[in-house]
Design a protein around this ligand. Structure first.
Ligand SMILES: *Cc1c(COP(=O)(O)O)cnc(C)c1O
Length: 493
């Protein structure tokens, strides 16, 4: 399956090249030239392990990988690093199921893809006889950075630089990053928000002089952000997985549709759900849940995407995003692959900060619904669900949970729905305990964690234990305008 750029229909590359490059050199994102269909029936797929299902789905796209190579990637990624052998357990919370995507090494859903991306990238480099060292540039809203570093730490032939917004991540998220080990990992805080970090990283990718300088010194940039198709494809797997679990539990008959409600920022997670639907997984609505940065909610209501608004810092920081990068892919699909139309819209986003799609294009968004939860509603939902069920959610999941309630209220659509649960509450103990009215007297990470443990009775994950005595290894802080220089310093010395 070849991939082509959203901004140039003649820029067509193999799967391994798409992964290696991360972003298309024309500024676009790679998308599959068509959607492959599931070859096996749901009964057969339902008997598969997570790994087998991953093979079934990813091999449909990565057809230049040999069977052995792809299996090596899958087996390297989905192993005991996950604290649940099912990888993505689907659990009952009251009368709605949650798919828990936080059982990987860094206890956020990013592990589902970032545990396999380094393997995919190394394999792609070998396949394309690339003799360059790969430099991964990554902007993070809190979770991608840690998960990407955990995957790439000490992988030969790679180095990774992570940029995070200094005041835009939770205390635990920050500690997870600044204590990261590995000689090839670099963490830089920036004086700016996630959007400015992501925009700058994209700019560095498209900086021809910088690319040339890197090339001459034996380096090549790639991306671990969900702009890389190698992030997106592994995420398609768990939508099929959750669907099959719902069939197994008798919640639906094979072939009947279910909905998913997805806490959304960069639109990577939910877009993978759309890909799953296009491949034939019986999915009804994909409910896009936003926090107070509700740029996507407003788009779905009005057809206008408008980032001209205040950037709000919320208790769900990994969704604090106004420029949702993967939305470009969805727009491209909705515009039936019309690159000229897409370029016009993206140009307008860059110059005006907004664009409006035609009613004809808007029709193609009918697979989606959209809701949002305010800060107050999010806190209230954490408390309410805990009181009703004893289940403690992280704030991102709570945004989805509340959004789902609002969706049902608004539409009356009671088809079975799976809430995509994207982080362990242990990543956000302060916000969660505050919501529950159980903040301890002294607010330190340690006391918060102990308290959360006492309240939730959920085992403290290994990722949290490991933080206890981990020394701080990274303390750089730079302005956004200093990002290019710091990249040159780190890589070229
Ligand atoms: C990244 C993240 C999200 C948002 O996912 P997107 O793919 O950016 O839409 C939601 N919740 C958590 C915990 C995350 O880390």
């Amino acid at each position: 399956m070849d991939f082509k750029s959203t901004r140039d229909e003649n820029n067509i590359v193999s799967p391994s090249m798409a992964i290696l490059q991360g972003l298309a050199a024309d500024g676009g994102l790679f998308v599959p030239v068509s959607f492959p269909k599931l070859e096996k029936d749901l009964g057969t797929l339902g008997k598969m392990s997570y790994q087998e299902l991953a093979y079934e789905i990813m091999s449909a796209y990565l057809d230049d990988f040999t069977d052995e190579d792809l299996w090596a990637c899958i087996n390297g990624a989905y192993d005991e690093k996950f604290d649940d052998p099912k990888m993505a357990p689907v659990v009952e919370v009251g009368n709605v199921d949650h798919m828990e995507l936080f059982h990987g090494k860094t206890i956020a859903f990013k592990d589902m893809a970032l545990s396999i991306l380094p393997y995919l990238m190394k394999t792609s480099a070998v396949m394309n006889k690339s003799d360059k060292d790969i430099v991964i540039l990554t902007a993070t809203s809190g979770d991608t950075g840690k998960a990407a570093m955990a995957g790439f730490a000490d992988v030969p032939g790679t180095s990774i630089i992570v940029f995070y917004p200094k005041n835009g991540v939770s205390s635990i998220q920050e500690r997870q990053m600044v204590t990261q080990s590995g000689e090839n990992t670099h963490v830089v805080a920036i004086e700016g928000n996630f959007d400015s970090a992501q925009t700058k990283v994209k700019e560095l990718f498209n900086d021809k002089a910088l690319r040339k300088e890197m090339d001459q010194n034996g380096f090549q940039f790639s991306s671990a952000n969900s702009m890389n198709i190698g992030r997106l494809l592994p995420q398609v797997v768990y939508y099929a997985w959750a669907y099959l679990r719902e069939v197994e539990k008798g919640k639906v008959l094979a072939g009947e549709t279910i909905n998913f409600c997805v806490p959304t920022g960069n639109f990577g997670d939910i877009l993978a759900g759309y890909y799953a639907k296009k491949m034939g997984v019986p999915i009804g609505k994909l409910i896009c849940a936003s926090n107070d940065n509700r740029v996507l909610y407003d788009f779905f209501r009005t057809g206008t995407y408008d980032r001209n608004r205040d950037f709000v810092l919320t208790i769900s920081p990994s969704m604090d995003i106004l420029i949702s990068s993967n939305f470009e892919r969805m727009l491209y699909h909705a515009a039936d692959g019309n690159t000229e139309e897409l370029k016009k819209l993206m140009g307008s986003l860059e110059s005006e900060g907004s664009y409006t799609v035609t009613p004809e294009v808007m029709v193609n968004f009918s697979d989606f619904a959209a809701e949002y939860a305010t800060e107050e509603e999010t806190m209230d939902q954490i408390r309410k669900v805990f009181e009703e069920t004893g289940y403690v959610m992280d704030p991102h999941t709570a945004v989805a949970s509340r959004s789902y309630d609002k969706y049902v209220e608004r539409t009356g659509d009671r088809s079975p729905c799976v809430i995509v649960s994207t982080a362990s509450p242990y990543k956000f103990p302060e916000a969660v305990l505050k919501a529950l009215g159980r903040l301890p007297e002294d607010i330190t990470d340690d006391s918060l964690i102990d308290k959360l443990n006492a309240v939730s009775k959920v085992l403290i994950p290994r990722a949290i234990h490991e933080l206890k005595d981990a020394p701080v290894r990274h303390d750089r802080v730079v302005p956004v305008d200093g990002m290019k220089e710091i990249v040159r310093n780190i890589i070229l010395g």
